[in-house]
Design a protein around this ligand. Sequence first.
Ligand code: BGO
Length: 261
Amino acid sequence: MKIALVGNPNSGKTTLFNELTGSTAKVGNWAGVTVDKKEGTYKKAKTPMDIIDLPGVYSLSPYTLEEVIARDYIVNEQPDAIINIVDATNLERNLYLTTQILETDIPVVIALNMMDVVKKTKDEINTKAIEQKLGVPVIEISALRGENIHELMNVVAALAKKREPLDIFSGTQLESSYRSLVDLFTKHNVKQPCFTASKVLENDEKILSFDEVKALQAEIEKITTLTEDNEALMADIRYGYIDEQLRSAIKKSKVLGEMST
Ligand code: BGO
């Protein structure tokens, strides 16, 4: 089983990777670039799992080398599962990446890290509510303290082969374009049609330049007009979704709530 670790910089990805792989870890480079590629094996499962640590990213946009490496790996290499490590002390920001990962059909477990810090601040996170809203397991961990790691990996081992992609577009002004693009890409066997549709709506030039997408340019233009405003509009839709769906699952302690306003 091939498992990819994906998360924001500073979410605790290296700490979790080291905890999972120990002395099996090997560091190389991603092909042709000087970005670290770390791989290792989690040996404590019934069947050992290959763990690959993708570069820390805030988004699956095409702007940084790290983002391109992460998303090319997810779309082209199709890992068996993704562990999306999320910093629980900075949930809304981290979930921006999560919504993009969930637009693929790859099985995902969210590892809600830094729970030792959250418990100290007395913030409340309703993990079950997040699971229900996002449709994937959410496991509270502390990578630093090695807490709940085995439970996390048991859940990873039990994941199904495919997952319904997340749909953040219901009721938004891009809903009908999104649905038409998904239909178009599905019909033409484009990889990860939902993720690709969402990236096209972001006016993502790298995705638009892929041969399989470029070949459909005329049909895409019939469905939607892409402008420079699309990227900001998509960011609003993503944060709008996070806010609307997950507001009730996160309760900041008074002190922190007051500090953050
Ligand atoms: C420093 N709990 C807590 N409390 N901290 C954690 C946890 C957790 O579950 N997981 C990770 N950290 P990386 P990326 C540091 O390095 O794994 C901490 O970028 C410090 N360093 O220890 O590197 C972890 O790979 C000095 O903290 O993240 C690290 O994703 C003072 O989160 C940081 C304080 O973890 C980032 C912390 C010199």
